[in-house]
Design a protein around this ligand. Structure first.
Ligand SMILES: *[C@@H]1O[C@H](CO)[C@@H](O)[C@H](O)[C@H]1NC(C)=O
Ligand SMILES: *[C@@H]1O[C@H](CO)[C@@H](O)[C@H](O)[C@H]1NC(C)=O
Ligand SMILES: *[C@@H]1O[C@H](CO)[C@@H](O)[C@H](O)[C@H]1NC(C)=O
Ligand SMILES: *[C@@H]1O[C@H](CO)[C@@H](O)[C@H](O)[C@H]1NC(C)=O
Length: 303
């Protein structure tokens, strides 16, 4: 791939130098400025002007690099990035180029979950190694049940955003939906196709409005509400777990699951501080539990 990219850069360089030379045959040489993208670790050849003229030289950051018409950079690294200028024998400025170093994208690592079962899902993705160069993403999905499935674009705030929303998913899907996340930059592109079964990827958002009240007899009454993003808590019921932590959150006990929106815990220790969190899960146990809600802290009276 590095060789290919090197050749690509060479081809582009050759192409631009042709533009440059058509110009120089009839007009005095004009400095032209352009960007060249090179994969880290590859080699690149940059011809100055027509790449033939004796006495030309390349400079970077003002100091001379080579005396000769072609600059070879071997096993390039990020430090080779910079502004390169090429000069004619009389010192005239032939061209300026900005060399950008980076990597072609690798197939994104994609993760999808559905906090709004069954109609919506979210996919997010990461790129390693960091391609360094500006990289944008194309995100699409489709339901491959028909011969010519309709490809939807996955909704995002911006092209740089590494998260998108799948809407109007097929209910009662018998085969997985397919998600295509393609990363593109100046050095290439890479695609990941991820099959998703909506039942397997459901993951509610955490419950909200967690309230803890003290009741007589050293009891705590914990109440909560379903995550607002869960569209239909009536037909797609959730169940809940409640976590109590104490001893600077070093000790924990988890209670539940509960189908109700409250529970009472007794047998608590006077003077002890408890941190209480609630998590939601599909009633049938499909998919994943939500993250824990933000902790609510309460200290029991000493007497
Ligand atoms: C290329 O450079 C890297 C680090 O700059 C080095 O580890 C590697 O051995 C070099 N490879 C070759 C083929 O010279
Ligand atoms: C040129 O100078 C810049 C800014 O000081 C530096 O980051 C870059 O590494 C230099 N390029 C080369 C090839 O020395
Ligand atoms: C994935 O998306 C890219 C960019 O839109 C496209 O070029 C490619 O053909 C798609 N791959 C499949 C298998 O649909
Ligand atoms: C639950 O399902 C029934 C029948 O499918 C439907 O009529 C009702 O609107 C659904 N409930 C909610 C809250 O959407």
């Amino acid at each position: 791939m590095c060789l290919k990219t090197g050749l690509w850069a060479l081809a582009v360089a050759a192409f631009f130098s042709q533009l440059c030379c058509e110009d120089t045959s009839t007009h005095p040489p004009k400095p032209i400025s352009r960007g060249i993208y090179v994969a880290i670790g590859s080699s690149v050849k940059l011809p100055c002007g027509d790449g033939m003229t004796k006495g030309t030289e390349w400079r970077v950051n003002g100091s001379m690099l080579v005396s000769g018409p072609v600059l070879h950079l071997h096993n390039t690294s990020l430090e080779d990035q910079g502004i390169y200028t090429c000069h004619s024998p009389n010192g005239g400025h032939i061209e300026t180029l900005h060399l950008w170093m980076g990597y072609a994208p690798s197939p994104p690592v994609v993760q999808c979950w559905s906090p709004s079962y069954p109609l919506k899902a979210v996919c997010s993705w990461t790129q390693t190694p960091d391609p360094i160069l500006p990289t944008y993403y194309i995100a699409t999905y489709w339901y491959p049940r028909t011969e010519q499935p309709l490809v939807h674009s996955c909704r995002r705030e911006s092209d740089q955003d590494q998260q998108c929303i799948l809407e109007e998913l097929e209910l009662y899907a018998t085969v997985p939906h397919l998600v295509n996340i393609t990363a593109v930059n100046a050095l290439g592109s890479a695609t990941r196709i991820l099959p998703i079964l909506i039942d397997d990827i459901m993951k509610p958002d955490p419950p909200v409005n967690v309230k803890v009240t003290l009741q007589p007899g050293r009891k705590l009454h914990v109440q909560w509400a379903p995550p607002p993003s869960w569209p239909d808590p009536v037909n797609f019921t959730l169940k809940y777990k409640v976590q109590f932590q104490w001893d600077k959150r070093k000790t924990a006990s988890i209670m539940g699951p509960y189908e109700s929106l409250s529970m009472v815990r007794s047998g608590l220790v006077p003077g002890r501080t408890y941190h209480i969190q609630v998590s939601a899960m599909d009633f049938m146990g499909q998919g994943q539990s939500s993250e824990w809600s933000d902790p609510v802290t309460i200290t029991l009276p000493t007497s």
